[in-house]
Design a protein around this ligand. Sequence first.
Ligand code: NAD
Length: 489
Amino acid sequence: MTQVVYDGRAWINGERCGARSGQVFDCISPVDGRVLAQVARCDQADIDAAVAAGRAAFDDKRWCGLAPAARKRILIKFADQLLAHADELALMETLDMGKPIQYARSVDVNSASNCIRWYGEAVDKIYDEIAPTASTALAMITREPMGVVGVIVPWNYPMIMAAWKIAPALAAGNSVVLKPSEKSPLTALRLAELALDAGIPPGVFNVVPGFGPEAGSPLALHMDVDCIAFTGSTRVGKQIHVMAGQSNLKRAWTELGGKSPNIVFADCPDLDRAVAASVGSIFFNQGESCNAPSRLYVQASIYDQFLEGAVALAPQYLPGNPLDKATVMGAIVDKVQMDNVLRYVASGRAEGAALLFGGEQALTQSGGFYVQPTIFAGVKPTMTICREEIFGPVLSVLPFTDAADAVRQANASVYGLQAAVWTRDINQAHGVARALRAGTVHVNQYDEDDITVPFGGYKQSGVGRDKSLHAFDKYTETKTTWIRIDSPV
Ligand code: NAD
């Protein structure tokens, strides 16, 4: 049987420690509402200590001074550690944030480990540049680590969101101070222990749990943090850019909200697959995915048929106990978020959308926080459920007439994270994909994903890209060194 030990203390300079104030907060499991652990409620003083530890590690070069091949070996060991503790990490993630255990193990642990391994493997294969200048000089263009990188992440994929940032930041030689979400802090703290076991020196990777305004803001405002990498809501993301500007103009990168459009044309090559992917992708992770296709646009001639198919599949996603290996939809992360989702359902009804499935709280006897998979038809572009990110299992379905109408409706959003188009016409696929204002566009599928491709948004879905070699741009400075050549020959 898998053993999980909950330790909610912070991790600073290679050691566990309580908040300097002595304060703690309850970490509540959404599975059944019970308290899992008491977690250090860190604030400015703890952030100062973590940043100082990161700065000392950077200055004495205990990590950035290692050859890239040496950092590679340690990061690969770190990735191996995640797999060696996969059952424990998966169980901790499920109990802390409510996702089904089968996905915590097969998706979250594996993706986080793969991400750390990939950046470890990449780092000794990247070359710097020599500019094509005149022969009287040599201009070297080199990449250097920035120093101390602050990382703030949300609760929906706690390990994966952290890995997308800490892996390239550490591989490039930076020190990291990670603030996990107050709603799901446990696996991040465990990752820090596993990193030390793998050989990442003390002070290089610090984890400071706490609330956003108390621990996140001091990190974003810190004068000795060189870069802040944030994933979370657009509302807080905007504040992060302000805090970066208000303090030391640290580099600020943000991965923010989404309201992704999913466009199905009548000539879609496989309607059953389109229905299954459209429904499966909005309900995956309880709808708590930034890239969830929450706006479904269906061409008018197949609208009724498509809706019928979607509603027929919805019962497969009724929530169950996340610890049951057969469960595909788990618990919503906490009561606050569950109430948000139910408020959006109420607004959809009040504004005149037709509720075709779900819409109610579920498994109320469990003590946890569950919502039925929910499908609204007859949604109008002006309705709140069509404009705002719900971050729950709620699908809004709208009809469209032709490609121009679909693109106009799809782009009528402040967000631009992802989009999809389903059609067998190659011209239509390319034309619509180009016209969609989104960081990623899927054609005839929604679930392709790979660490090798950049991930991030247009418009208010954020600034910068996670994943792929592009992520190194966020955690390195570019230096030009001019060398004069007085050639004797
Ligand atoms: P959130 O913005 O409320 O919180 C995110 C993190 O910011 C948490 O760690 C929180 O403690 C911290 N925070 C809150 N207020 C802060 C402040 N004033 N100063 C500094 N830090 C602060 O978001 P959430 O509810 O945790 O996550 C859901 C959001 O994350 C959704 O909008 C979702 O779309 C987005 N998200 C985006 C991506 C992406 O890659 N684009 C991925 C996952 C989630």
